[in-house]
Design a protein around this ligand. Structure first.
Ligand code: GLU
Length: 287
């Protein structure tokens, strides 16, 4: 049975882009008699607000979206993420880091470094803290994945190149093999536990999709480039591998991607202005 999910962060009102993402995910499930789940991605405690979480339930219900089963809230699952981190750390795949963004930019501007590469997690980390040991971590350290060690733990480059994932979305359809060189150079030693959160989007999303039994990860195409990392984490943690369905992003008339803070496009604003759910659905092209 196909299981999809919508996973918003309650850091602002839902806008038309979220309505589209939720309708695509629900539609993909309903089309084949599957299940559609809702997850609240609220690990960023500084930016998440309970008012926005309530607004998510109100807006989705108003549009006519129905989710199956209980809502999963990431802030309730910090111990689950800690256990996954311990699994990786005890195998020598994590190291503590306290570099700031400024430290990273400074290290990357050294003459021997080439042009900085931006991966799914920002600037590809130059490896400054790689010699530090997981066992020596402090409470306020971030934890980074040692990508080289991770590839070795999976049996080396050729074993990793034999891993891949299936994309069912319209933009990058088909099978995608993992590319160990890209994992090393284009993604690198990403943060899996931020010092202020104790986890990260990348870790939480793979653990949660597995625990919720998601079989098709439906989300915006801006996250397509994070998918090889997610597939690698699934392999490292022994998790089931879903398919992915990355959809296009809703843009404004000027072609700019709608940001959550773009309140003018908030679903709540259309509601307040007297539009009907059918009119809002029509705005994103889903009936
Ligand atoms: N929480 C993410 C967002 O609000 C979505 C993550 C996902 O679907 O994997 O954009």
């Amino acid at each position: 049975m196909r299981v999809t999910r919508f996973a918003p962060s309650p850091t602002g009102p839902l806008h038309l882009g979220h309505a589209y993402a939720a309708l695509v995910a629900e539609g993909r499930a309903r089309a084949v008699g599957g299940r559609f789940l809702l997850r609240i991605e609220d690990i960023d405690r500084a930016r998440s607000r309970i008012e926005y979480e309530k607004l998510i339930y109100d807006d989705l219900s108003w549009i006519g979206i129905r989710w199956d089963g209980p809502v999963l809230r990431q802030s309730d699952r910090l111990q689950v993420y800690a256990a996954a981190l311990e699994t990786l750390g005890s195998r020598g795949l994590l190291y503590p880091c306290r570099c700031t963004r400024g430290d990273i930019r400074a290290a990357l501007s050294a003459p021997q470094e080439g042009a900085p590469i931006v991966g799914p997690d920002g600037l590809v980390y130059p490896g400054t803290c790689r010699g530090r040991r997981y066992a020596d971590r402090q409470d306020d350290d971030a934890l980074r994945l040692d990508m080289r060690a991770a590839i070795a733990a999976l049996g080396g480059a050729s074993a990793v190149a034999a891993l891949g994932f299936t994309e069912t979305g319209p933009i990058h359809p088909g099978h995608h093999a993992l590319d160990p060189d890209h994992l090393m150079e284009g993604i690198g030693d990403v943060v899996l536990a931020r010092r202020d959160m104790g986890t990260s989007y990348h870790l939480a999303v793979v653990v949660d999709d597995a625990d919720q039994g998601v079989t098709e990860v439906t989300r915006g195409v801006d996250l397509f480039e994070a998918t090889p990392l997610h597939r690698l984490l699934q392999a490292l943690l022994g998790l089931p591998v879903p398919d992915w369905h990355h959809h296009d992003l809703i843009r404004d008339a000027a072609g700019k991607r709608l940001a959550k803070r773009d309140d003018a496009r908030a679903i709540a604003a259309y509601r307040a202005a007297g539009e009907t759910p059918a009119q809002v659905r029509a705005r994103v092209g889903v009936q």
